[in-house]
Design a protein around this ligand. Structure first.
Ligand code: NAD
Length: 493
């Protein structure tokens, strides 16, 4: 059993309330670590540490170039410790070790990328219409950033939020999910060797409604960057509005993966399977609605069932495993509920549909890869995010119908389009209301490319150059070169 401590002002400390929460290994179904149950007092200490790191001391006076070097050293530290970090996260959330190894490489790239950007955050000289004025814009750090993260990819979310925030000159307080906090605390332990000054990166853990709520309400937090469910996001957004905190929201999805008859059907089938059964469907961008042109629907469905039927469930650490467990007990119950909701609404289950059990499935949190057909887009299974391995197949007859069904949800996070017609690819890419549209691929990400949601899927963007702007304020400066007094002090100049 591993005991963790909070990371505040560069030190590891016990929580003020002296309580810990068991962290469960979802594959084994047993506690493997304890994380601190932080409270309002810990929130205050962490925010105070971040605030003072921004106000005075090495971080406040450091050049952007030096900040960038530190971020790149963080990338090095991630790579040097990748295997250990990967295994910790797998213990906590049941993600595949094979996937985590790849993800750690991408996480390091985030730190390198934003390290490179740190000294390229430029203001501008604006040609104002006033002859005696030199006008400039400066881009300044927004202030203390609160990063609230979900359990499905904690270290990735830390990189996506904190690398641009630190590049911008902010200090952060991270509150990871109570279901998967260990990897973020392990990551914090690596920072001492990178030269990051104390207080710039703090990690507090505990329940969302306790320490999470205290942080959201904290007057010295300027910006909240949140990844999680849309219900929690909306609540946080409301609270943030009271003190005009800036927010970035990365929320849920119900993404359409659209297959036209002219597509490479082998590639489309592989993309459909990876889009919903990868990570047991616990992805915000899961392609949970598979829209298939009716002329190929039957044949394509058969192909899909054959492919998905060969998925090997098992130990996420084992190289032969394709899909691991559901990460948390509440999430497992939610997925099972949706199996019933779908069946009761008239959708026809043609694969899976039950909890999975067997010799290697020891923790009791496995769900069979499941495919429903005869789904209509108004059913709850087609409208609501499940965050599990349940695919709904919906037929369509025309491009217009595919677009209409694709857009007919409250979400707008991602979409896939499978076609060999370049004109159709362009039309669909424009017509689908989603932050990311993949054409002839799915579940492909890059640290260089903005990602985020339209509609109920979120606000703002992460990744790419654009994400830096989420952590900056623009200040306009007017330098008056004229020595004369204002002609009329009561009239605007
Ligand atoms: P969640 O909303 O339950 O929790 C997210 C974080 O918010 C956790 O750290 C939690 O402790 C905290 N929290 C909860 N209530 C809070 C409160 N009142 N005040 C402050 N903090 C609070 O989400 P989850 O179950 O951890 O994650 C699954 C969800 O995340 C899914 O809906 C999924 O779509 C979404 N997600 C989105 C993206 C994206 O990039 N768009 C990526 C991954 C996951």
């Amino acid at each position: 059993m591993q005991d963790y401590r909070l990371h505040i002002a560069g030190s590891f400390v016990d929580p003020a309330g002296g309580e810990w929460i068991d962290s469960i290994d979802p594959y084994r179904g047993e506690a493997w670590a304890r994380i601190p149950r932080g409270t309002g007092r810990d929130a205050d200490l962490a925010v105070a540490a971040a605030k003072s790191a921004m106000a005075a001391g090495p971080w406040a006076s450091m050049s952007a170039t030096e900040r960038g070097k530190i971020l790149r050293r963080i990338g090095d530290a991630v790579l040097a410790n990748a295997e250990r970090l990967a295994r910790v996260e797998v213990r906590d959330n049941g993600k595949l070790l094979a996937e985590m190894r790849g993800q750690l490489g991408a996480i390091a790239e985030y730190w390198y990328y934003y390290g490179g950007l740190a000294d390229k955050i430029e203001g501008s000289v604006v040609p104002v219409e006033k002859p005696d004025v030199l006008a400039l814009t400066l881009r300044e750090p927004v202030g203390v950033v609160l990063a609230l993260t979900a359990w499905n990819s904690p270290l990735m979310f830390v990189a996506m939020k904190c690398a641009p925030a630190l590049a911008a000159g902010c200090a952060v307080v991270v509150k990871p999910s109570e279901f998967a906090s260990a990897s973020t605390l392990e990551f914090a332990a690596l920072l001492q060797e990178t030269g990051l000054p104390p207080g710039v990166f703090n990690v507090v853990t505990g329940y969302g409604h306790e320490i999470g709520a205290a942080l959201v309400d904290h007057p010295d937090v300027a910006k909240i960057s949140f990844t999680g469910s849309d219900a929690t996001g909306a609540r946080i957004y409301e609270t943030a509005a009271r003190s005009m905190k800036r927010v970035t929201m990365e929320l849920g999805g119900k993404s359409p993966n659209i297959v036209f008859a002219d597509a490479d059907l082998d590639a489309a089938a592989a993309g459909a399977v990876s889009g919903i059964f990868g990570a047991a469907g616990q992805m915000c961008t899961a392609g949970s609605r598979l829209l298939v042109e009716n002329s190929i629907r039957e044949a394509f469905t058969e192909r899909l069932v054959a492919l998905a039927g060969s998925i090997r469930l098992g130990d996420p650490m084992a190289p032969e495993t394709d899909v691991g467990p559901i990460a948390t007990a509440p999430q497992y119950r939610k997925v099972l509920d949706y199996l019933e909701i779908a069946a009761a609404s008239g959708a026809r289950c043609i694969l899976g549909g039950r909890p999975a059990s067997g010799p290697g499935l020891i923790g009791g949190q496995f769900v069979e890869p499941t495919i429903f057909t005869d789904v209509t887009n108004d059913m709850r299974i087609a409208q609501e995010e499940v965050f599990g391995p349940i695919l709904s197949i919906i037929g369509f007859d025309s491009e217009e119908e595919a677009i209409r069904i694709g857009n007919d949800v409250i979400y707008g996070l991602a979409a896939g389009v499978w076609t060999s017609d370049i004109g159709r690819a362009i039309r669909l890419s424009k017509a689908i209301k989603a932050g990311t549209v993949w054409v002839n691929t799915y579940r492909s990400y890059s640290f260089t490319l903005p990602s985020g949601g339209m509609k109920r899927s979120g606000l703002g963007r992460e990744s790419g150059i654009e994400a830096i702007g989420e952590f900056l304020e623009t200040k306009s400066i007017m330098l008056n070169a004229s020595s004369g007094k204002a002609a009329n002090p009561f009239v605007q100049q």
